[in-house]
Design a protein around this ligand. Structure first.
Ligand code: GDP
Ligand code: IMO
Ligand code: MG
Length: 428
């Protein structure tokens, strides 16, 4: 039995969905523990590309139990449509369970997300899916939980409370008409009826799976630098994607997580606003964007691209307690003659080895680069570590040394068979 947390080490979109899908064939249970449908996890199976926002990427492996944990914020409308899309594609969703404790994203959260973003003089570049406002209501203790959708009396009481807070705010501050209790009650009780058979005490399910000696994979969304505590605040999301968030978000004890795998791109990308020291504004940045198809899964926005930033991933190794790395999209770098890695920052003549807290400092940091030779070969068909050209192995070894963490998985393409295991992650 092994419990593995799989986390994003950069600004999201590291290929967590692909790696989760690959590991899911050896996992009995896959759990999402935070975030919501701000996530976009692309998984390619055969000729079909799946874009999952809320449902764990383990759903594409038959027989794997999938859980949306209590730490996730669930938009029931999105969940129902994602379930329908999968069913239409012949994917069974019978094994999907949702925590009755998970908080619900309501229409006023989506509206507030967009109004707040429009009103802010500086932009976060949120996905506009209502994630932040839903988490704020959770912490304000006026949130609606999945369980509430199954009881007309409880939902009505909860709506009375929350609308008494939000309607005056929407009307007086934003000139929005506000929301009708009766309409929300009708629509959300219907979701409750549809989803009731899937609601469960998912912490208990995970506990039982552990007792049976099953393998459990905790699938993170977003990434370390988007973490509300450890990310580039305020240009962050509203949850803890870092491994520490996996325990409360799934309902496990922290000592029950055996391994923490950091999924890391062979370069760096970011969607949305905020400083990004190793960003490339030149033809190489454009080349990486095109070769890596770096356009957002959720919003379609072009992703900002740059060189691998070892300062940032070293920081991720520390705040997540990483036990191994899964390096993805290595093939994107195939055509480059030389590859740079940011090994430190320079700030006003000073060399910084550690990621700074102060964004004003980060904005002024310039990368100190090491230059490595490229391999200029197609890696997409590589099946073993030994098959990799020496320059590619050299690149991976350099990254491992810089970050202080072993590389356990290398991904050379979006498909399942384009994955090289250096070490087993989930014991058979
Ligand atoms: P996630 O949010 O972390 O799951 O990542 P996304 O799905 O948003 O973005 C990763 C993208 O890279 C997806 O389109 C994947 O299909 C693709 N991908 C994953 N691994 C590889 C790889 O090794 N090589 C290439 N070329 N594409 C990959
Ligand atoms: P996956 O799971 C990349 C970014 C948004 C914005 C910031 C806050 O696919 O890696 P939010 O809507 O969460 O309040 O937006 O976080 N963001 C992501 N960027 N990948 C994601 O998820 C993201 N989820 C949120 O672009 O900058
Ligand atoms: Mg993504």
């Amino acid at each position: 039995m092994t419990v593995v947390a799989l986390v994003g080490t950069q600004w999201g979109d590291e290929g967590k969905g692909k790696i989760t899908d690959v590991l899911a064939s050896q996992a009995d249970v896959v759990v999402r523990y935070q975030g919501g449908n701000n996530a976009g996890h692309t998984v390619v199976v055969g000729e079909t590309t799946y874009k999952l926002h809320l449902i764990p990427s383990g759903i594409l492996s038959s027989g794997t139990t999938c859980i949306i944990g209590n730490g996730v914020v669930v938009d029931p409308q999105v969940l129902c449509s994602e379930l329908e899309t999968l069913s239409r594609g012949g994917i069974s969703t019978d094994n999907l369970y949702v925590s009755e404790r998970a908080h619900v994203i309501m229409p006023y959260h989506r509206v507030l997300d967009q109004l707040e973003e429009a009103q802010r003089p500086w932009k976060i570049g949120t996905t506009g899916r209502g994630i932040g406002p839903a988490y704020v209501d959770k912490y304000r203790r006026i949130g609606i939980r999945m369980l509430d959708l199954t009881s007309p009396e409880r939902l009505e009481k909860a709506l009375d409370q929350v609308l008494a807070f939000h309607n005056p705010l929407l009307q007086k501050v934003y000139g929005h008409p506000g929301f009708s209790k009766s309409e929300l009650l009708e629509e959300y009780l219907e979701y409750g009826r549809k989803l009731a058979p899937r609601l469960a005490d998912t912490s208990l399910m995970i506990h039982r799976a552990r007792q049976q000696g099953l393998n459990i994979l905790l699938e993170g969304a977003q990434g370390t630098l988007l973490d509300i505590d450890h990310g580039t605040y305020p240009f962050v999301t509203s949850s803890n994607p870092t491994a520490g968030g996996a325990a409360p978000g799934a309902g496990l004890g922290p000592n029950q997580i055996d391994k923490v795998i950091g999924v890391v791109k062979a370069y760096t990308t970011r969607v949305g606003e905020g400083p990004f020291p190793a960003e490339l504004h030149d033809a190489t940045g454009q080349l990486i964007r095109e070769r890596g198809r770096e356009y957002g899964t959720t919003t379609g926005r072009p992703r900002r691209c740059g060189w691998f930033d070892a300062v940032l991933v070293r920081y991720a190794a520390r705040v997540n307690g990483l036990t191994g790395l899964a390096v993805t999209l290595l093939d994107v770098l195939d055509v480059l003659e030389e590859i740079k890695v940011c090994v430190a920052y320079e700030y006003r003549g000073q060399r910084l080895e550690h990621f700074p807290t102060d964004l004003d400092v980060l904005r002024e940091c310039t990368p100190v680069y090491a230059t490595l030779p490229g391999w200029q070969q197609d890696l997409s068909g590589v099946k073993s570590y030994e098959d990799l050209p020496p320059q590619a192995r050299g690149y991976l070894e350099f990254i491992a040394e810089q970050v202080g963490c072993r590389v356990q998985i290398v991904s050379v393409g979006p498909r399942r068979d384009q994955t090289v295991f250096l070490e087993p992650v989930l014991a058979p």
